[in-house]
Design a protein around this ligand. Structure first.
Ligand SMILES: *Cc1c(COP(=O)(O)O)cnc(C)c1O
Length: 730
């Protein structure tokens, strides 16, 4: 196997004693190790904030005298040795979960395709939940030692930065990333020129170069068409995520699917499992079919081979949300391909034909399902919905027999757990807890944490959140870019000792961000009760082309700005993974109000639960499985509606009643003479104990391995064995 490695753009000139900080910067292991991040912060905390927690950019700018200073700080050096020692041990680990169960793999057998990866705020190549899930999946694959490699895009303009105007209108600001400043490395040929792959688009070939990001032990390869030799227009093909322009979108998906397979081949990988995370990458099956047919196989043989090594995860519970292309576009892009596959046009279209209200489409999830051995949804309810939604593909089967299973999503514990919570767990959980994350019994030890100590950490995290928000509001004011009321709207008047509710997510209309504002007078009374006040923090972006989403932000923002709220309703701009961490660690209650069953899983509430933030949510997605009556609250009941107006009305009533009669009084129930409510703390512990193992990425990736990857590999191995035997006999 050829072995190409990305090459760091920078060789930092560092004092020898701490020169490993340079190499560490290029492995995203630091994104889930707060102690590693603290080393950089220690050297210059202001620069660390200014560079947005990006160690590569940080080391390019840090002053030599600040580097020299820490060498003489014994505490720093001790911490440095510890972190570097842990990193080396991690990278060389020969005793990972995967090795223990399946032996030491010789090659990287599992290729994971996703159109976005949310790894850290410094790499805005994700839009929301799907990306964060992919990033967390890659990190956990590294932790568990899976022979795993990721494929995605390096969007050079990233996902946009959000600003909110005085009138509540979202404006999108472009970011430009320069790779010298990022923990991303170009993959080079032996002559140092960038390694590229070529992909045919109508009338031309487009080049894509390959970048590498090291995610612990897992390599992630990202494609980028901003290459010399491409036309100006083609150089911008992969600049941004999720264009609404159809030509751009299909071109991107062809580059991901076809170019992704070619990149893996070029890099010398021979995957045995091809995992498509959502349908965007389903064209990879066409490229694999082309390879096989070119070598003399028939298309049917190709499909059989591809199926026996492909896994597909669907995330979309509504037909309108799935990725589909009109047939004229398929003609435009694939007319040259179908003869190469030995297919007629109609046969080709049949691979992904989907009848929708306005006609026929070429549906990426349909293509993905036809080409996969294993298919899964991302929560139990979503599995049910998906079986019903796609039953037409298996007309001979009953809905319950449709071969779509589910594996409920989880979150990567190291990435989302607050550092101070981790310190508490070090003290009270059994030793080695962080390599035993999915074990429910292990988490019983949470009950031993003294209320007082847990409360102090919870308070600390809320204060951190409030200070951070005030500082951001101050910066805006200082920059003289906002109207005074916007300073209040972004949290200048928040109080760190008050019951605080968080609502942060993409502003898609099904998430019903405005639900809690519907009965505004009743809400104002709740916010301003003198003995038990409440504050609510909103954050979230709408897709730039999603007008209803932007109107929803405006509706929320206009209410936030009203004087009667007393500054207790707040909207934070630019929700990203950084703000996501602050919020899911810092608030008391995590509110989620999707219109069931549209939330396939949701993961932000899992991040909150891990940190002892209580969920208050509709019984949809993961919370329908996590809620046990003692570890948070449900909005509405475990039931389906035919009438969305009735559903909204009933959910609204349930929301207000529970908030007013249960949540707020419980939080302020301090008769015991303590500074906190003992019943509240009991619930916090129950919340961590039950949710942390069940919704860990560790549990999730183990399930993907045992239920999808390994069985598929074993079936394929048996089939190959049979084929080899047949050949021998012949
Ligand atoms: C976790 C996360 C999400 C996912 O949010 P859900 O509302 O649970 O789907 C989206 N965006 C960011 C920045 C996140 O960190």
């Amino acid at each position: 196997m050829k072995s190409f490695r990305g090459t760091p753009a920078n060789h930092f000139d560092m004092p020898e004693k701490i020169d490993r900080l340079g190499k560490l910067a290029y492995n995203l292991w630091w994104t889930w190790r707060p102690d590693a991040q603290r080393l950089y912060k220690w050297i210059d905390p202001y620069l660390w904030e200014e560079t947005y927690h990006n160690p590569v950019k940080f080391l390019r700018q840090v002053r030599r005298i600040d580097l020299n200073a820490v060498i003489h700080d014994r505490n720093f050096m001790e911490s440095y040795e510890q972190v570097i020692g842990d990193f080396d041990k991690y990278m060389q680990n020969n005793d990972s979960w995967y090795i223990q169960n399946y032996g030491k793999p010789e090659i990287r057998k599992i290729a994971y395709f996703s159109t976005e990866f949310g790894l850290h705020e410094t790499l805005p190549i994700y839009a929301g939940g799907l990306g964060v899930l992919s990033g967390d999946h890659a990190k956990e694959a590294s932790d568990l030692g899976l022979p795993f490699v990721g494929i995605g895009f390096f969007y050079t303009r990233g996902y946009f930065t959000q600003r909110i105007s005085d009138d509540g209108w979202q404006t999108a600001h472009e970011v430009t990333m320069s790779f010298e400043d990022l923990p991303v490395m170009p993959v080079l040929e032996t002559d140092e020129s960038p390694m590229t792959v070529s992909v045919e688009l109508p009338g031309r070939s487009v080049l894509a170069r390959i970048w590498e990001i090291q995610v612990g032990r897992v390599p992630l390869y990202l494609l980028d068409t901003d290459v010399k030799g491409n036309s100006e227009q083609d150089r911008r093909l992969t600049a941004k995520l999720y264009s609404s322009d159809l030509d751009l979108r299909i071109s991107q998906e062809i580059i991901l699917g076809v170019g992704g397979v070619r990149a893996l081949r070029e890099l010398g990988y021979e995957p045995e499992i091809w995992h498509m995370n959502e349908g965007h990458s389903a064209f990879l099956a066409l490229e694999r079919a082309r390879e096989i047919v070119e070598k003399g196989g028939t298309f049917d043989e190709a499909v059989e081979l591809i199926r026996s090594s492909t896994v597909f995860t669907t995330h979309t519970p509504v037909p309108a949300g799935s990725d589909e292309f009109p047939l004229w576009l398929i003609d435009k892009y694939f007319t040259e391909l179908w003869p190469k596959l030995g297919l007629e046009r109609e046969e080709f279209i049949d691979l992904a034909r989907h009848k929708v209200s306005w006609g026929e489409t070429f549906s990426m999830p349909v293509l993905a399902m036809r080409m996969s051995e294993k298919i899964n949804g991302v929560s139990e309810l979503h599995g049910q919905v998906a079986r019903k939604m796609w039953q037409f593909l298996w007309p001979e089967k009953k809905v319950s027999d449709v071969p779509i299973t589910h594996i409920t999503n989880g979150v990567h514990t190291g990435t989302w757990l607050a550092r101070r919570m981790g310190v508490l767990f070090d003290e009270y959980l059994p030793e080695g807890w962080h390599t035993n994350l999915d074990n429910p019994e292990m988490w019983d030890a949470v009950m031993d944490i003294p209320d007082e100590e847990l409360w102090h950490v919870r308070q600390h995290l809320k204060r951190k959140l409030v200070w951070y928000m005030r500082e951001r509001a101050r910066q805006q004011w200082l920059a003289d870019t906002v109207h005074p009321v916007q300073v209040v709207a972004s949290g200048a008047l928040l109080d760190p000792y008050m019951l605080t509710i968080g609502f942060a997510r993409r502003f898609a209309t099904y998430k019903r961000a405005g639900l809690i504002l519907q009965n505004f007078d009743r809400l104002l009374k709740l916010l301003n009760r003198p003995n038990m006040p409440v504050q609510i923090i909103f954050a979230g972006k709408a897709h730039p082309a999603d007008e209803p989403g932007k109107l929803l932000i405006q509706e929320v923002y206009r209410k936030v700005k009203k004087a009667e709220t007393g500054g207790r309703l707040v909207f934070l701009e630019d929700y990203d993974m950084n703000l996501g961490r602050f919020l899911t660690q810092g608030v008391d209650v995590w509110l989620n109000t999707p219109r069931r069953p549209n939330e396939a899983s949701g993961t932000s509430g899992q991040k909150a639960a891990l940190n002892g933030v209580l969920n208050f949510s509709v019984l949809d997605g993961w919370w329908r499985e996590g809620f046990n009556g003692k570890n948070g609250w449900a909005i509405g009941e475990d039931k389906d509606y035919d009438d969305p107006h009735l559903q909204d009305a009933e959910d609204l009533a349930s929301l207000y009643n529970t908030l007013e009669n249960e949540i707020i009084p419980l939080y302020y129930d301090r008769d015991s003479g303590e500074s906190y409510s003992m019943d509240w703390m009991r619930m916090v512990k129950e919340c961590i104990r039950t949710n942390a193992p069940m919704f860990s990425m560790s549990r999730m990736v183990k399930e993907y391995t045992t239920e999808l990857y390994q069985p598929v590999m074993e079936t394929a191995a048996r089939a190959n064995g049979k084929a080899a035997k047949a050949k021998k006999l012949a």
